[in-house]
Design a protein around this ligand. Structure first.
Ligand SMILES: CC(C)(COP(=O)(O)OP(=O)(O)OC[C@H]1O[C@@H](n2cnc3c(N)ncnc32)[C@H](O)[C@@H]1OP(=O)(O)O)[C@@H](O)C(=O)NCCC(=O)NCCS
Length: 157
């Protein structure tokens, strides 16, 4: 598996993963705007020629927001989401972010488990934040000093 920058030609495959994973998928127009955006970290996980998943962070001053992370249904539980998150955190840190914030549906056990495994902590809840279906958001945050653990692992494995 290789983690690479998203290019415009990847957008149709990402749209398909959006449709398979989200009740309100983002369309081509919204996603294309993040390609080559210097404030974005927009990455894909590639297995041979297959785009298996992607993640999107947007940076503002010292904070990165995780907007999207999703994996193809048939590629879940194979470490793709973890690799994307780790590389995304690393690149956000390299671009100057000190902390990462995210919102996640309160019932999204797989994503919450993934984030907690990567040192995110629950900050609070936003009541009725999501629609289709209506649901609270859990707000999670982590600072980036632990990034050194990821860098060391990448260097020595
Ligand atoms: C959340 C998501 C990105 C995880 O991707 P993934 O490639 O399946 O995750 P990984 O295989 O890398 O798993 C890493 C860790 O996440 C957690 N995890 C992932 N899927 C899980 C599940 N179904 N149940 C419980 N924990 C889970 C585990 O802690 C796992 O570590 P482990 O395998 O050692 O137990 C994927 O489930 C997904 O695309 N979900 C739909 C989109 C979404 O909800 N995105 C987040 C909101 S924007």
């Amino acid at each position: 598996m290789r983690i690479k920058q998203i290019e415009e030609q990847d957008i149709p495959a990402i749209c398909k993963i959006e449709q398979d994973n989200f009740t309100r998928p983002w369309g081509k127009g919204s996603l294309e705007g993040f390609v080559d955006n210097p404030a974005a970290v927009f990455l894909k996980a590639q297995i041979n020629e297959e785009l298996a998943g992607y993640c999107l962070f947007l940076l503002s001053f010292d904070t990165g927001d995780l907007y999207r992370i999703a994996v193809k249904p048939e590629r879940k539980r194979q470490g793709v989401g973890a690799r994307l998150l780790e590389e995304g955190l690393l690149q956000c840190g390299q671009k100057g972010a000190d902390r990462i914030l995210l919102e996640v549906r309160a019932s999204n056990t797989p994503a919450i488990a993934l984030y907690q495994k990567h040192f995110f902590q629950k900050l609070g809840r936003r009541k009725g934040y999501y629609t289709q279906p209506a649901e609270d958001a859990v707000i999670m945050c982590r600072s980036l000093p632990e990034i050194s653990t990821i860098q060391k692992r990448d260097l020595f494995l």
